[in-house]
Design a protein around this ligand. Structure first.
Ligand code: F6R
Length: 610
């Protein structure tokens, strides 16, 4: 959620730190700060409420210099959005700390430290890290030793970077529950919570593992595992696109990412779908052998990724004949569930670092799932590394907080998975060919769907002054209605709820009046007639309908029903196609309302805390 960048170099690192923060800003944007060890041996610390630009302006106004530094962009957990609560936090003008995650026992730590005479200047859990390390330096000769001893006292999740004024040649970092990646340079080294932050300075990375503590100097990186034993971690050459931090001429990242969907879906399918077959090892080495015995699938995910799991359930059961259960990760991780024999656990995540999804995976291993598949967009992420199988969605970096292309590439991956599991479960070649044919047509259909932009811009005007909305769908379009509602609420702040349209008369129908727009997703499928009846139920009660429909569905528009034509497509890909106009609708409503599309209030990308 928050973003961390740190550097140890000969040169002044302030620009590197600020650029890194800008690249991580989508992860947290309440406040930001930077601390540097200056050549005269003093600390300089600058913190500002608001976006990283406010911090950059402050640094411009009073320039600071230093070769060792740490920086942070915050998404508040403990303590409000104030300058005092912004990181870095200091102890006794000697230690400076940045931290992602939550130290759950911070109150106990705090009272112990206060009784030792430490004064707290913030309401954060992080400040207790700074004072704990400082107190342990009284009995430890090195910062590394103090941090190693300190982490044993912390309960909760942390990715933390610590700097000591008495030793400007190094920083010490620790990871438990919140990711950290070390970037290797020439005569300079870096650390960040995400490789994206460091792409302008290096492409060589070491992903720290759970429990690792590392000491980073200009010329060396020494890593110690949770038991304090020195360990070697693999150096990975990143192939993430360098320019993925640019908006590429679009007004917002979200719009750019919506328009990238045909290209990224094409990339995702390339060399994976060959003719009507799936290439070997698409889901990782050994996947075929595992899939041969799978009789049940349990999917866990959060938010938009959960909606893709909900959609996949329809496909896995209908096309592949594999029973499937889908659960929100934060629920799954805290309840006792029954593990059916021959079950495959599937986690879905754009970031691969979502705390609840990761915890659900770890729990699943403990309770007896023998294999797990991560459907993920970030190679090297915790979820990918900790799963037995993985499928990379190849959506490219997604910066807009509202997930778009990650979702549609997840769905494309699920159609491939449906074919792969169906192969072992008696799926007919007709069905398999139908899915393959639909998938081949998907990139071009997405391009065609994006031409709906003009009509949707006009439609958005009608939503901008509304306070509530309902989204309806049936079958595999029900999760798409849920996703449409999530998009609208998160970026335009209009209250939006989704219902399976058959459920309407069991309560929600009471909400219908002419102030409540009702959005319906209506491809021409076997549930169309049922859906039409539900539409009539709303119309009869004065509701205003916006029906996204296939021309062949023959909806007749009038004063109470706007019909928006969606390009005709094969049924297996209809959920993916109908997602796009709903993404565009949310985007243009948000644009008209003037909200912060890429960084909506109270949210952050990659929810690495519970
Ligand atoms: C909504 C959105 C979130 C994420 C959710 C899970 O647009 O982006 O709901 O989908 O926080 O994140 P990942 O997919 O990274 O696990």
């Amino acid at each position: 959620m928050c973003g961390i960048v740190g550097a140890v170099a000969e040169r002044n690192v302030v620009e590197i730190l600020l650029e890194g923060l800008k690249r991580l800003e989508y992860r947290g944007y309440d406040s930001a700060g930077v601390a540097l060890l200056q050549a005269d041996g003093t600390f300089s610390r600058t913190r500002r409420i608001g976006k990283v630009q406010a911090l950059a302006d402050a640094v411009d106004a009073s320039p600071v210099l230093g070769g060792t530094g740490i920086a942070h962009t915050r998404w508040a957990t403990h303590g409000g959005v104030t300058e005092d609560n912004a990181h870095p936090h200091q102890s006794s003008d000697r230690i400076a700390v940045v931290h992602n995650g939550i130290i759950e026992n911070y109150e106990t730590l705090r009272s112990g430290l206060e009784s030792q005479g430490y004064t707290f200047t913030s309401d954060t859990d992080t400040e207790s890290i700074a004072h704990t390390v400082h107190s342990l330096l009284k009995t430890n000769e090195t910062l590394l030793g103090a941090v190693q001893q300190a982490v044993a006292r912390f309960h909760g999740a942390y990715g933390t970077v610590v700097m000591d004024k008495e030793d400007p040649s190094r920083i010490v970092v620790a990871r438990s529950g919140s990711p950290l990646v070390i970037g290797l340079g020439l005569g300079e080294n870096f650390v960040a919570s995400d490789q994206m932050a460091l792409l302008p300075v290096t492409r060589r990375f070491i992903f720290l593992e759970e429990g690792d503590v590392a000491e980073i100097t200009r010329r060396s990186v020494s890593i110690f595992d949770a038991n304090g034993a020195p360990v070697e971690r693999e150096i990975i050459e990143s192939n993430v696109e360098h320019d993925s931090g640019d908006k590429g001429g679009y007004r917002h990242y979200m719009l750019k990412e919506i328009h990238e969907q045909p290209t990224v879906v094409r990339n995702a399918l390339q060399h994976r779908l060959v003719g009507n077959d799936i290439a070997d090892n698409v889901f990782g080495e050994g996947a075929d052998a595992i899939f041969a015995s799978v009789k049940h699938v349990q999917i866990v995910a959060c938010g938009t990724s959960y909606h893709s799991g909900m959609t996949a359930r329809y496909w896995l059961e209908e096309f592949a004949g594999v029973s499937c259960n889908v659960e929100i990760a934060s629920e799954f991780r805290y309840r006792k569930s029954v593990v059916l024999p021959n079950s495959l656990l599937i986690t879905i995540s754009q970031s691969g670092e979502t705390a609840d999804t990761l915890a659900a995976l770890r729990l699943a291993k403990e309770i007896g799932y023998s294999s797990s598949l991560a459907i993920c967009n970030v190679a090297g992420s915790s979820l990918v590394r900790e799963s037995s199988l993985s499928y990379m969605t190849r959506a490219g970096a997604e910066i807009g907080v509202a997930s778009t292309k990650a979702f549609t590439t997840q769905l494309a991956g699920f159609l491939l998975l449906t074919m792969a599991l169906g192969k072992h479960n008696g799926m007919s070649s007709d069905t398999s060919n139908e899915i393959a044919h639909a998938l081949h047509s998907l990139p071009a259909k997405l391009e065609e769907t994006l031409t709906m932009t003009q009509g949707i811009e006009d439609l958005a005007e009608e939503f901008a002054d509304k306070h509530h909305s309902l989204f309806l769908g049936r079958g595999d379009q029900y999760p798409i209605a849920m996703e449409g509602a999530l998009k609208l609420k998160e970026i335009s702040y209009i209250h939006a709820e989704a219902y399976a349209s058959g459920e309407l008369k069991h309560g929600p129908l009471a909400l219908i009046d002419d102030e409540m727009p009702v959005i319906v997703v209506a491809p021409n499928n076997e549930l169309l007639e049922k859906l039409k009846s539900n539409v009539e139920e709303v119309r009869a009660r004065g509701g205003i309908m916006y029906v996204f429909a296939d021309k062949d569905a023959h909806f007749k528009g009038d004063d109470t029903m706007r019909v928006i034509d969606v390009p005709h497509c094969d049924s297996p890909i209809a959920p993916i196609i109908y997602t796009v106009p709903l993404q565009l609708l949310s985007y243009y409503v948000a644009l008209i309302k003037g909200t912060d599309v890429d960084q909506p209030r109270n949210l952050a990308k990659s929810v690495t805390v519970e």
